[in-house]
Every structure is written in C-alpha cells, then in structure tokens.
Design a protein. Structure first.
Length: 175
C-alpha cells in the first residue's frame, strides 16, 4: 500500500521549524548531481543559509513555499515566486522543485506542482514559468502536466561538478 502524500504551505515560522528537513532535501539533491543553482562542495551550512533566505522572502510575501510529506516525513518542496515587476504581476515563477532521492517516484513532485498551480490560480495569476535541465526527468513531468516548452538555452547553467548544461524554459497558462 502506498503512503498518503500531504501537501502544506509553510509560513516563515513553519519554514524555520522545518529548516533542517528542507536543508537535508536540498543537500541530497545537490549531492545527487541536480543542477539547482549550487556547486560542489555543498554542505548543510550552505543549505541552511539558503533556506534562511527563503524564510525572509516568505515574510516579505515574495514567495510561497510548499512541502510534500509522505509517511510523516517531508520529502519534497517547491516554491511559487511572486516577486515580479509591476508589469508582470499576472504571473509567477515555479522554482526549486526538489524531492529527496529516497522518496522519488511516489508522486510527490506531481502533487507539489498541482498544488502550486491551484494556489497560483486562486491568487489570480494567469501565467506560470519555470526552467529545468534539458532532457532531465523533470522535463517529462512538466510535459505530462501540460506545460508548454518555450525553448532551450544552451549552456545556461552548470551541473554541481562544473560542466555546462542546457536549460529548457516552460510556461503554462492557468487562468
């Protein structure tokens, strides 16, 4: 029997309370080679510092943070960034869809994305954007959720080991 997945939105104090679990997820993803903005070596202190910045952004209403739990353990997270220029207040950016390697292929990422899209719609947003590593597993997930591929930017980012990787940009109309 599959464990039930629960999705929650964390405010600043709740994010602080769960900082260690969030730091563990980010460290696991970077250690696993995910191109999610960080380079090797990457440690728990750097991860906690990143999440402290996220907590600040939550407090400033610049983003919403969602977590997925399975079996009582936080195993995934995604962010809906709302910090757009005045002429782009109709859209948000999906960032840092992260799932701990031990809890992948259980549906956490899919449920996180569905929840973020639903919340964005309730906020009155009409467009979401995101980017991901070209030909990576997340690309297939976004396509299965009806995201539209906009294009590929060569050598846009780097893998944690320093090699360049291409990035695919996606968008989704949600209104």
């Amino acid at each position: 029997m599959t464990e039930r997945i629960t999705i929650a939105q964390l405010d600043g104090p709740a994010a602080r309370q769960h900082r260690d679990a969030l730091a563990e997820i980010l460290c696991d993803c970077v250690e696993g080679g995910a191109s999610v903005s960080f380079m090797w070596p990457f440690d728990t202190d750097r991860s906690r510092a990143y999440w402290t910045g996220v907590e600040t952004a939550i407090g400033e209403d610049r983003l919403r943070l969602y977590v997925a739990s399975c079996g009582g353990r936080i195993g995934g997270t995604v962010q809906l960034w709302l910090d757009c220029p005045p002429n782009q207040k109709h859209r948000g950016d999906i960032r840092k869809l992260l799932v701990h390697r031990a809890l992948r292929r259980l549906g956490l990422a899919r449920e996180l994305m569905r929840h973020a899209e639903r919340d964005a719609r309730e906020l009155g947003l009409s467009l979401l954007t995101l980017d991901t590593v070209t030909h990576g597993p997340a690309e297939r997930l976004y396509e299965s959720l009806s995201w539209q591929r906009v294009g590929v930017i060569p050598n846009f980012a780097k893998w944690p080991d320093g090699r360049f990787c291409d990035t695919t940009v996606f968008c989704k109309t949600i209104a």
